[in-house]
Ligand binder design. Structure first.
Ligand SMILES: [Mg+2]
Length: 230
């Protein structure tokens, strides 16, 4: 029998918000403004997702790591790929709210969980741009604690980051539930740290009924928690 959940921590990218209309569309629009010619957004998306999937444990969410990933994504598609001033503008652009959209289920789920007495926190592989971004997107005030990997020095799934978050919350691991869209980083990391975990599968082509550790939306997670099903 699981311990009662006291706090819920949330991943951010793919869980609370996502680039809008897409990484490729944002990169292409900025390249067009700088170079005059727009590369194909869908081609950028394919390149980005391949580079992101292959980034490996060495990716430390630093500005330098992002610069290398963007260069790899755009190489051969636009002269901006090798332009440090372009990367600086892109990096600054993603610090602001304009290229992001909060998923529509996020605020209703956070409101319901807050009313239900749950303590809420963020646990994200991100950098110093995240605090002002969550403020600008009007999400920051829902959370008691923001645990951001680039500030702490460890990244999910490193159990040290989860341990740090548990200390911040002052709770034993089993009383914290983490939700995120990465099975390896969010669910795997949380479970190895002794936490409860639920996988958010927003777009997965799940055949049959989702398992007890999978939800299609954060609203569904909130409903399950409040009905005692988690
Ligand atoms: Mg994520």
């Amino acid at each position: 029998m699981s311990a009662r959940v006291v706090a819920v921590t949330f991943d951010v990218g793919g869980t609370l918000l996502a680039p809008w209309p897409s990484v490729g569309h944002v990169y292409a629009a900025m390249a067009a403004r700088r170079d005059g010619a727009a590369p194909d957004p869908e081609q950028i998306n394919r390149r980005f997702h391949a580079a992101w999937a292959a980034r490996g444990a060495a990716f430390d969410y630093s500005r330098e790591a992002w610069a290398a990933l963007v260069r790899e994504t755009l190489r051969g598609l636009t002269p901006c790929a090798e332009d440090p001033a372009f990367f600086a503008a892109l990096y600054a652009h993603f610090a602001g709210p304009e290229p992001w959209r909060v998923f529509p289920d996020v605020v209703p789920a956070l409101e319901v969980l807050r009313q239900g007495g749950y303590r809420l926190a963020v646990l994200s592989n991100w950098d110093t741009r995240l605090r002002p971004l969550l403020q600008a997107l009007r999400l920051a005030d829902f959370f008691e604690v923001l645990v951001i990997s680039g500030e702490v020095g460890w990244h999910k799934p490193d159990p040290r980051l989860f341990a740090h978050a548990a200390r911040q919350l002052g709770l034993p691991p089993r009383q914290i539930l983490h939700v995120g869209d990465s099975w390896a980083e969010d669910v795997g990391g949380a479970r190895r740290a002794g936490w409860q975990a639920v996988w958010l599968a927003r777009n997965s082509l799940v055949t049959g009924a989702p398992g007890p550790d999978t939800v299609p939306s954060l609203r569904e997670l909130a409903d399950r928690l409040l009905s005692g099903a988690v």
